[in-house]
Design a protein around this ligand. Sequence first.
Ligand SMILES: Nc1ncnc2c1ncn2[C@@H]1O[C@H](COP(=O)(O)OP(=O)(O)O)[C@@H](O)[C@H]1O
Ligand SMILES: [Mg+2]
Length: 478
Amino acid sequence: MSLRRVKKGNIPWIIKYRPRTIEEVANQEEAKKRFLAWFKQWLEGKKPSKRGALLYGPPGVGKTSLVEAVARQYRFELLELNASDYRSAEAIRRTVGVAARKKPLWGRGIIILLDEIDGIAPREDSGGLRALLEIIPESENPIVMTANDPWKDQIRPLHQVSELIPFKSLSLTQVIAILQRICDLEGLECEREALRYIAEVERGDVRAAINDLQAIAEGYGRVTLTLARLLVRGREKKYEIFQTLNQIFYADKAWKARMAISNSQEDYETVIAWLNDNIPRKYEDPRDAYRAFDALSRATIMLNRAKFGGNWSLLNYVFTLAGPGVAFARKYSQISRQRYSYPDRIKMLARLREVRETRERLAQKIAEGVLSSRRLVKREILPFLFIIFREVEDPSMAARLALGYNLDAKEVEFLAGPRAREILQAIEKIKKARREQRKPATSRAEREEKEVEKKAKGAARKRRRTRGSSTTLDSFFS
Ligand SMILES: Nc1ncnc2c1ncn2[C@@H]1O[C@H](COP(=O)(O)OP(=O)(O)O)[C@@H](O)[C@H]1O
Ligand SMILES: [Mg+2]
């Protein structure tokens, strides 16, 4: 699957992928049935005995989405109110009270949505609840409320005037399916296991799961289990680090950059490691990068003194140096849109296993190609490949080798390290050139390629005959 760049500043996916139809609200069949039964009475011009409907259930399972979809599908106007509109009895009369008597401007009717009604003032004497209990039974328009816990004291009395409609939490598989759909539509590379991990951590909260997905995708361009494990950690900590980095690199005020460090959920070393790796990406001008690194290195010194000398007031300097010190080092560089890279140190730890596996796979592949043992490949060939992939200036040599051995992106990454991108690009270029060669004069290019193939097969046969003696890479340089 192709990997489309996710641009910054795009609309949140929870909005982009909001269900547009009733049908698209997944796995809430029972709730839909009950809600529509109540709503159909309004449609037919009869007013149900209970003029309110209280949709309840855990967050992020489609309550608001269903109301919006129903309004859209039946061409009802939707008047959405939220907590700030029902802070007091007075506010409720002014908004809900007025809306309850309103005639539609264009639609067949009006749905009044009091989203997250649990936000209503909890104190008995606020009178907010009493106002609602007066308004709902008299309402000319359907009043729909949503809540997580309908038995909370301040909203329980609403049961008298509203139909109770429960929403259930979505299962793991259902959440995974929703995430997978978004990955497909975004053309995003998503590991199944990563989606499972997100769904597990968020326990049926689709909104939170989609937010995680977007945060990882925007931060890193693809969604892998390793990333999900590192970034999605329960409610508070998740994708905090990207926020912290943004707050520093895009700070307009010194105090904001400072606070980004002091309030970060990550420990200071981790934040510094992230900054360290991302300064060169964000600051293209070396003068800026120099100043930023300078500030950061002093921050590190201060942090060590604070930790080992026990003088914690030095943390003040750490915050100032790593925050505003880095933030305002930018003088000549444009704000770069480059995606954050993963700090090598952290990446190495997380990936150790993955790296080991990749190395084994690679060794196996090459061993088959050159007819020798994996051990021999690791000892004799890999070191040369590292040099070719990392040191040789012309990337096309490594690219041709990669094509010859049919290496995948992970294996190229393993061999090329920081140069992986460059070499992957070179591979694409060669592939494209080969395709183009083939297009106009198929015959000749094809003939040539067949010939090369034949030769390679012949060579392999020969090698098989003289097994073990030939580990040469020459054939791939032709
Ligand atoms: N049942 C569902 N089917 C499809 N998408 C859902 C479902 N529940 C939630 N979502 C996704 O999560 C987001 C938040 O859902 P929302 O309806 O606002 O949840 P709630 O009101 O229950 O807290 C939606 O934009 C949608 O993308
Ligand atoms: Mg909602």
